[in-house]
Design a protein around this ligand. Structure first.
Ligand code: MN
Length: 711
């Protein structure tokens, strides 16, 4: 059985003793934490993290990754906290373990496979440290190797997820050793019979071809030696899934696929690669159009190599790949190759931070690309995939939505549909109610609660990040404001027309055409809107309309000063009727309206001190009346002097609630040991309602002055 000491021996090849010691410490910690737990195979659980660490050791990963591998199931399975791990092993290791645990918690199985690509992105977005993914890949690889006695349907599900998500991520990161093994293990789990058949066919074909392989290999090697070129020729096997795919997708019979002999030549440097290519082309005739130079133009994940196909004896095709040792490491381990230690290296690669390493990898790709003079576009894709600026969240149905970093619930709602955004009133994130301004994180599931007739809120503009949400909110608000302004404008104009004993409805159509030209508006709605917004005076417009109606010769007509008919406000604070925050008018209070430019009508209490200045401008003041049917809540501020005692707040709160009102804000100032001043903001239905509440407060013991705040 593979033990921690075996692993430590292996690590001796590339890690300093103190780091090996730390890896061992993580192992013993995990052993204790998982004590008593067993794998399905009956082995002690800790054999699993040990095996995962061993996979990473074969890739020469750093000691923190290995420690995280040892501890990767500890948070999830044993209830040890992230903080406890941080205290024991430092924050970076705790972060890695936490990251792996988070990935483990997401189940992709029950979501649509069609979104596989988005899942890959989500996984990448959730792993701010690329090592998290590498550890997770190793974890998945060991789980796939030990699928064992699981039920076939469960096996297939895990295998499908592995194939669609993890194998692809491994491919994107260029970690091909893991990708290929994940692919073959998944294939065997999904199609056990087909895999078995291909495996047997490969074995027998290999037996038949053994002498031919050896012959080609030695003649290749001989021709290198003749030219004094350093290089090692090895035979290459196709893996099961790639054979299967060729048979399925290219409809080729097995024999034809296996008819190809594959070799790889590993050499010292790039110059040797091209020299060896020359030698090889001299030995066997190349198949036209099959040469590919991935050294000059690398693949998106950084893969570099020369590929060529040759005509062997009796026309048998021979595929040859030629690359340097470094390219070989890159082809096998991709991004992980960057954690390889060079002997005698003093500066610690991890000191730069794993992300810096990963960035270096991408930068390296960019460099290669620049030399190749190719478009940078595809490299941009790689970069975005690795360091996504985007976040990925689920809809309740399991669809994935992509949103920019910093997006909120409202952004999400609008990205689903404009109507959902406009009617959004609440939201559940992972089944818990959350504020609409909550910033989203990858992996969350969001459910938007809507109400018909609900409208966007001006305050949303303070936190939304997407252009779509922003413009949709603006559009909806503008629309709403327009409608309200037109309604108010109509009332104001009709009121101004009353002294002339006419109304909008009574005026002749023909009047409008001429009046509009004179007033420089295009439609009645535009005119009413500008009146409602306070950009135009209703009495001036009324005068023009009447003049036009009377053929323009009635300018001297005496107008009865007409403030006799008040404009009725029916409540519901909207976009063009606002209630002044200085005096908090309540239904029942005597009120006046002030038409403020661009804002519409602001309702003040008649006694409001702010009105004194405005009284010089009587044309902008309107008599107002409250509608009978008003049924809204209005804020009102009270100042109460009362004896200090325990439980006072609760007492007041109970009293207010019993009176069917709500407390919006409460603050207590201790004036002295005995007396307090309570500042209370309530929402009430109107003046009568308020009077009832004040009466109740008066009934409390030792109440002093109660003042309704006006300014
Ligand atoms: Mn695991």
């Amino acid at each position: 059985m593979f033990t921690i000491d075996d692993l430590a021996d292996r690590l001796g090849g590339y890690l300093p003793p103190d780091e090996i010691q730390q890896v061992k410490r993580a192992f013993y910690y995990a052993e204790q934490a998982h004590d008593g737990q067993r794998r399905r195979s009956g082995e002690p659980y800790v054999t699993h993290p040990l095996a995962v660490a061993n996979i990473l050791a074969n890739m020469h990963m750093d000691h923190q990754s290995l420690m995280a591998a040892m501890l990767h199931d500890v948070i999830e399975d044993t209830g040890v906290s992230k903080n406890a791990l941080a205290a024991q092993f430092g924050k970076p290791v705790a972060e890695l373990v936490d990251g792996v645990s988070k990935l483990t918690q997401i189940t992709f199985e029950d979501k649509a496979v069609a979104q596989a690509e988005n899942f890959q992105k989500m996984v990448l977005a959730m792993s701010r440290d690329i090592r998290v993914i590498i550890v997770k890949l190793a974890d998945r690889l060991h789980n796939m190797r030990t699928l064992g006695a699981l039920r076939p349907d469960k096996k297939r599900r895990i295998a499908r997820e592995t194939l669609e998500i993890y194998a692809r991520i491994a491919g994107r990161l260029g970690i091909n050793t893991i990708r290929i093994e994940l692919e073959d293990l998944s294939f065997q789990a999904i199609h056990p019979m087909r895999a078995e058949r291909i495996k047997r066919a490969v074995a027998s074909a290999r037996g038949n071809r053994r002498s031919a392989m050896r012959e080609i290999q030695s003649s290749l090697q001989q021709s290198l030696d003749d030219e004094a070129l350093k290089g090692t020729v090895v035979g290459r096997q196709k893996h099961l899934l790639s054979i299967y795919k060729k048979m399925r997708d290219q409809r080729k019979p097995f024999a034809e696929i296996m008819d190809v002999f594959g070799f790889r030549i590993i050499t010292e440097d790039v110059a040797s690669c091209y020299r060896i290519l020359g030698v090889v082309h001299n030995l066997y005739k190349p198949v036209p159009g099959r040469f590919k130079d991935y050294i000059a133009i690398p693949k998106a994940n950084g893969y570099q190599s020369l590929h060529t196909t040759l005509f062997g004896q009796r026309g048998m095709p021979i595929e040859v790949q030629i690359r340097t040792r470094e390219m070989e490491a890159m082809a096998n381990n991709g991004i992980a190759a960057h954690w390889l230690y060079k002997a005698g290296q003093t500066d610690h690669p991890i000191a730069e931070g794993s992300h810096a390493r990963a960035r270096a990898w991408v930068k390296g790709l960019l460099e290669m690309q620049r030399h190749a003079g190719d478009s940078l576009e595809f490299i941009e894709h790689v970069k975005n995939d690795l360091f996504p600026d985007d976040i990925y969240v689920f809809t309740p149905k399991g669809d994935i939505m992509e949103l920019p970093q910093g997006a909120t619930v409202i952004d999400f709602a609008y990205s689903v549909h404009t109507d959902i955004g406009n009617n959004c009133i609440a939201c559940r994130i992972d089944r818990h109610l959350a504020p609409l301004s909550t910033r989203l994180e990858s992996g969350q599931t969001l459910e938007i609660i809507t109400a018909p007739g609900a409208r966007p809120n001006l305050a949303w503009l303070n936190f939304v990040t997407t252009a779509k949400a922003r413009s949709a909110i603006r559009h909806a608000l503008k629309h709403q404001q327009q409608a309200e302004a037109i309604m108010l404008g109509r009332r104001l104009l009709n009121k101004a027309l009353t002294p002339f004993e006419t109304s909008l409805e009574e005026l002749d159509e023909s009047v409008f055409g001429q009046a509009f030209r004179e007033l420089d508006v295009t439609s009645l709605d535009a005119l009413l809107e500008s009146l409602g917004l306070g950009n135009r005076m209703a009495h001036v417009v009324a005068r023009r309309l009447v003049d036009v109606a009377h053929g323009g010769d009635q300018r001297d007509q005496v107008i009865t000063e007409g403030n006799d008919k008040a404009v009725v406000i029916s409540g519901s604070e909207g976009m063009v009727i606002n209630f002044a925050r200085c005096c908090h008018p309540l239904p029942g209070d005597p009120v006046v309206g002030h038409l403020s430019v661009g804002k519409g009508l602001v309702v003040h209490r008649s006694e409001c001190r702010n009105l004194t200045d405005l009284k010089n401008d009587p044309e902008k003041l309107f008599a107002l009346e409250w509608s009978e049917s008003i049924d809204d809540d209005f804020p009102v501020a009270l100042r109460i002097e009362i004896e200090s005692r325990r439980g006072l707040v609760a007492e007041l709160a109970g009293l207010v609630t019993d009176a069917d009102a709500n407390i919006e804000r409460i603050g207590i100032e201790e004036r002295d040991a005995r007396l307090s001043t309570v500042n209370l903001t309530l929402s009430v239905k109107g003046r009568v309602h308020l009077a009832r509440i004040i009466k109740r407060i008066r009934n409390l013991p030792n109440v002093g002055k109660i003042t309704r705040m006006a300014n």
